[in-house]
Write a protein that binds this ligand. Structure first.
Ligand code: HEC
Ligand code: HEC
Length: 295
C-alpha cells in the first residue's frame, strides 16, 4: 500500500492539484494560500492516520507471530517433533487399549481424554503403563521408556486430550513446609498409605503402595491424577504449596532410619513394647509349661 493512495482516493477531483499549485504558487497570506494549507494539513492527517493503522497492524502481526508459536510449542501439534514422536510411541504401545483417539477401548483400557499429561507422566514414569496383563491393579514395574520418550508421550496425550499438565520441576519440588506437610499427609493420605507412607491394603484385593520409591514429580502427578482408588487432589483441594509440603514430608520420613529393631510400620513405642511383651511373655509361658511337663 502506498501512502499517497488515501490522498488521491479522498480527493479524486484534485489530481492535478500538485502540478497546478507548483506552477502558480499563491503568495503567503492570501485566501488561496490558506485554503491550500488547509487541504494539505487534511491530507497530512489522513496520511498520519493510515501510517498509524499500518503500524498497529504490523505490531499486531509481530505480536501474534511471537506469541502464537510459543503457545503451539507448549501444547504441541502435528509437525512438532515431540508430538510426532509421541504419536508414534502411542500408536505402537498404547493404542490397542486406549484407542486411536484416546477414547479408550471397551474392556481394555479407559479413555485418556482429560486425564492430562500429569496422568501419563505418573503412569509411564512409575512403569505402570504400558500395562502388560489385564485385570490386576497396575503395579510399579521397571520403566519401559526413557525420560525423553515419556515427555513425547506426555506432549501427544496432553495436546489431544487436555487435562492437568505436568508441573515444572520447581513447582513439584520438595521444599515445602515439613510440619504442615506432616499434618496434611495424616489428614489426606495416611488412611490409605499409612502414617509414614509405607502403604497398606485396601478393600477387594487392592492396595495402596509404599511411597518410598516415588520421586517428587511422581508424587505430585499422583496427586494431580488420582490413580485407581486414590482421590484426585487438584489445586483446589491442595494448593501447589501444600503439595510441596506433603512431598517434603514423604521424602523426609522415608530417609529416617527405624530406631532399633524391625520397623513395625512405625506405629510407635507403645506398640513396639506391646509386641516385645506379648512375644516375650508367650515364650516365657511356653518355657514354664514345657519345664512343668518334664517334672
Ligand atoms: C494392555 C492394555 C493397556 C496398554 C497397552 C496401555 N494401557 Fe494405559 N491403562 C490400561 C488400563 C486397564 C488402565 C486403568 C487401570 C489402572 O489405572 O490401573 C489404564 C490407565 C492408564 C492411565 C490412567 C488414566 C486415568 O484415568 O488416570 C494412563 C494415563 C494410561 N493408562 C496411559 C497409557 C499409555 C501412555 C500407554 C502406552 C505407553 C498405555 N497406557 C498402555 C490399559 C492399558
Ligand atoms: C483412598 C485411598 C488413597 C488415598 C487417600 C491416597 N492414596 Fe495415594 N494411592 C492409592 C492407591 C490405590 C494407589 C495405587 C494406584 C495404582 O496402582 O494405580 C496410590 C498410589 C500413590 C502413589 C504412587 C506410589 C508409587 O510409587 O507407586 C503416590 C506417590 C501416592 N499415591 C501419593 C498419595 C498422596 C500424597 C496422598 C495424599 C495427598 C494419597 N496418595 C492419598 C490410594 C490412596
Amino acid at each position: 500500500m502506498s501512502t499517497t493512495n488515501p490522498q488521491s482516493d479522498a480527493q479524486p477531483d484534485d489530481v492535478p492539484r500538485r502540478a497546478r499549485s507548483r506552477r502558480t504558487r499563491p503568495t503567503e497570506g492570501t485566501p488561496a494560500a490558506a485554503a491550500r494549507s488547509r487541504r494539505l494539513s487534511k491530507a497530512r492527517r489522513r496520511v498520519a492516520n493510515v501510517a498509524g493503522l499500518m503500524a498497529a497492524l504490523v505490531l499486531t502481526g509481530a505480536l501474534y507471530s511471537t506469541l502464537a508459536p510459543a503457545h503451539a510449542d507448549e501444547v504441541g501439534a502435528a509437525g512438532d517433533p515431540d508430538y510426532d514422536a509421541g504419536q508414534e510411541i502411542y500408536e505402537n504401545s498404547c493404542i490397542s487399549c486406549h484407542g486411536s483417539n484416546l477414547e479408550g477401548v471397551d474392556g481394555r483400557g479407559p479413555s485418556l481424554i482429560g486425564v492430562g499429561g500429569a496422568a501419563v507422566y505418573f503412569q509411564v514414569h512409575t512403569g505402570r503403563m504400558p500395562l502388560v496383563r489385564q485385570g490386576e491393579q497396575a503395579a510399579d514395574k521397571p520403566v519401559v521408556f526413557s525420560d525423553e520418550e515419556i515427555d513425547q508421550l506426555v506432549t501427544y496425550v496432553q495436546a489431544n486430550g487436555g487435562g492437568p499438565a505436568v508441573p515444572s520441576d520447581e513447582v513439584a519440588s520438595s521444599d515445602g513446609d515439613l510440619a504442615l506437610g506432616g499434618e496434611l499427609f495424616r489428614l489426606n493420605c495416611a488412611s490409605c498409605h499409612n502414617f509414614v507412607g509405607e502403604g497398606g491394603a485396601l478393600s477387594s484385593g487392592k492396595y495402596a503402595p509404599s511411597l518410598h520409591n516415588a520421586d517428587d514429580l511422581e508424587i505430585y502427578t499422583a496427586m494431580l491424577s488420582g490413580p485407581e482408588n486414590m482421590p484426585v487432589f487438584g489445586d483446589n483441594q491442595l494448593s501447589p504449596e501444600e503439595k510441596r509440603a506433603i512431598i517434603n514430608y514423604i521424602q523426609t520420613v522415608k530417609e529416617m532410619p527405624d530406631p532399633g529393631g524391625a520397623g513395625i510400620g512405625r506405629t510407635g513405642p507403645v506398640a513396639e513394647g506391646l509386641v516385645i511383651w506379648l512375644v516375650g511373655m508367650s515364650a516365657l509361658m511356653f518355657g514354664i509349661f514345657w519345664m512343668g511337663s518334664k517334672a
